[in-house]
Design a binder for this molecule. Sequence first.
Ligand code: DHK
Length: 164
Amino acid sequence: MTELMSHPLIAVLNGPNLNMLGLREPARYGTATLDDLEALCAETADRLGLAIDFRQTNGEGELITWVQECRGRAAGIIINPAGYTTTSIALMDALLAVELPVIEVHITNIHRREAFRHCSFVSKAATGVIAGLGVQGYALALRAMAGLVGPGHAGDADDAYGAA
Ligand code: DHK
């Protein structure tokens, strides 16, 4: 069994300003730092038998390059596109191009916030979306991803969680 099969690699990608977690509007985004978030993801992935590649960038082009590099390398993508959620058709296109399960995570409930945060291009490429559960949303996304790509995986969220 290859390492990829025994510990599927999940890219956990974070967009702009998430390097400021813990400092940035803590009443809204919480007090956990990006390092705390990475530790949470690493511990959760370990328990689930997943490997992670956790990254953050402020650059749209770099985020798109990282998504492209997942093709043939990673088994799935968890992404908090942050400010690029509502602006980046190019990011949506890259996520569609890699043909992998994608879970979109937002720390805050974007639907309770300003109207301009409601329309996500990334959701058009996402298998599922988690919003409003704080940094624990990443742990929940990893759990869902394990169901999609782990041993005996269903391969499709509708199969894993029941089609509507
Ligand atoms: C993070 C951001 O930086 C915002 O641009 C999004 C998202 C919300 C979050 O909740 O994680 O609108």
